[in-house]
Write a protein that binds this ligand. Structure first.
Ligand SMILES: *Cc1c(COP(=O)(O)O)cnc(C)c1O
Length: 479
């Protein structure tokens, strides 16, 4: 019963609401405005609706239910005070087209958060026009391009992106028509300086880099890397998705970055499962501020206003920003306070390294170094089962699996990001489950190969699901 669609439990004539008697005469819509077919709506009681959606919500898995060590995604607990602030009607009910004089508080939040982020990162100013990390990348690369164009330096058509980078990096580069030079990672999991030097030229617009990188390793040569790129006239772009590991301790500007994006929904806590919502503010150095997209927020004679800078790359989004995500980040920083911000990074790093040490006797550690906020294994040491089998079996133990098969550097990548919010007890329980699974692989490998066993749906045929997805309700009913 609880696995049915709400349309399948529908009974003609059953209703879950009542409306007051109308006090005005009824009126027939003109023909051209009315629909030709009946509107397909489920007919159910209030109890049916409540049970249906409550049961559906229980099939989901979220950070509020349990450990969610999805690497690269920073699935950390989002303090409920952020939600309370974001739901306050004084914030939630304002409209993006209201005159700026009536939304001074909202504009002040943008301006103040821009100052805080500037202090944390060393950048000069931020735009909140980016609605996600990937969107921030696009904006940042448009700024990079504009910077070269404005100097009539039109031969810069190439961008350097490590092959280990997140897929959005090459995708954003392609969108602004940069030719991508992929560079390999050395045996330490870091950018190979010699290879970088060998591909540099005056045709390179810049380099995109994540630090710590997608292996969770700090690029120790970062100052040298920035120096090389700058010497050739290129700009350094910082993918800030991993800022969690450095927050309050290291500033991207000091590492030599000129343009950065942050993922507010990751580092600065907004629930972001299922693809949204997000915010990818972009910060730039002083000589790039004029290129930030329009509109920009500024304070003139004690009043905040939106203004349009003629030097700007133009408009890149419908409205100024994803305000309620920005507000959550603001609330998050205020609750932490300046003196506690660095604790985020310290615990994120401690937790990842704790897991690394406890699991490295059972899972292959291709690079045994000090990791930052996440650790990457290359599958089981025994090789008795694949990383996919391990991930599926973890579902039986009640955990959301780590990121699997990313980064692409290893064949059986298993990328674990515990985040700073988890207790030692939680980490120990997860470690115990991971070790048990490694032991099961030796004693009863079928248990892994056929997992999961205790979930609503069992092992899916992922190839068919990807090639012939059934995405429409109607299709499901007809089959
Ligand atoms: C998440 C992530 C991105 C993309 O950010 P979105 O907000 O999902 O668009 C880019 N780079 C890295 C390293 C990431 O982890």
């Amino acid at each position: 019963m609880y696995n049915k669609l709400i349309f399948e439990i529908s009974k003609p004539g059953r209703i879950g609401y009542s409306l007051p008697k109308t006090e005005v005469p009824s009126f027939d819509l003109p023909n051209e405005l009315s629909r030709e077919e009946e509107l397909l709506m489920p007919e159910v009681s209030e109890l049916d609706v409540i049970r249906h959606f409550t049961n559906l919500s229980k099939k989901n898995y979220g950070v509020d239910q349990g450990f969610y060590p999805l690497g690269s995604c920073t699935m950390k607990y989002n303090p409920k005070i952020n939600e309370e602030v974001a739901r306050n009607a004084n914030f939630a009910s304002i409209h993006p087209l209201q005159p700026p004089t009536t939304v001074q508080g909202a504009l002040e939040v943008y301006a103040t958060l821009s100052d805080y982020l500037s202090e944390l990162t060393g950048m000069s100013a931020f735009t909140f026009n980016g609605f996600a990390g990937a969107h921030g990348e696009l904006i940042g690369l448009m700024i990079m391009k504009e910077y070269h164009m404005k100097r009539n330096d039109t031969k810069r058509t190439k961008i350097i992106v490590p092959l280990s980078a997140h897929g959005t990096n090459p995708a954003s580069s392609a969108l602004v028509d940069f030719e991508i030079i992929g560079i390999k990672t050395n045996e330490k999991g870091l950018v190979d300086l010699d290879e970088l030097k060998s591909v540099m030229s005056d045709e390179v617009a810049g380099m995109m880099l994540t630090n710590p990188n997608t292996l969770g390793l700090f690029e120790t040569d970062i100052l040298e890397i920035s120096k090389v790129v700058h010497e050739y006239g290129g700009l350094m772009y910082y993918d800030g998705a991993n800022l969690n590991a450095l927050l309050g301790l290291v500033r991207p500007q000091d590492m030599g970055f000129d343009i950065i994006h942050l993922n507010l929904h990751k580092t600065f806590s907004t629930p972001h499962g299922g693809g949204g919502p997000g915010a990818g503010p972009v910060g730039v150095n002083a000589d790039l501020v004029d290129f930030l997209p329009n509109p920009q927020v500024r304070k003139v004679n004690g009043q905040f206003e939106l203004f349009y800078n003629p030097q700007s790359i133009g408009s890149v989004s419908g409205f100024y920003g994803n305000f309620l995500v920005v507000l959550r980040a603001f609330a998050y920083l205020l609750t932490l306070g300046k003196e506690n911000v660095a604790q985020v990074a310290k615990y994120a790093v401690l937790n990842a390294n704790y897991i690394k040490e406890k699991l490295k006797g059972h899972y292959k550690l291709p690079i045994d170094d000090n990791f930052m906020h996440e650790v990457v294994f290359d599958g089981l040491i025994s090789e008795k089962a694949t990383t996919l089998d391990v991930a599926k079996r973890l579902l039986d133990y009640g955990y959301h699996p780590p990121t699997i098969y990313f980064p692409l550097l290893f064949h059986q990548s298993l990328m674990i990001e515990p985040t700073e919010v988890e207790s030692k007890e939680t980490l120990d329980a997860f470690i115990e489950a991971m070790i048990k699974i490694a032991e099961e692989a030796e004693t009863d490998v079928e248990l892994l190969k056929t997992a999961p066993h205790h979930t609503v749906v069992r092992r899916l045929d992922e190839v068919t699901a990807a090639r012939n997805p059934i995405l429409k309700y109607r299709d499901t009913l007809n089959d």
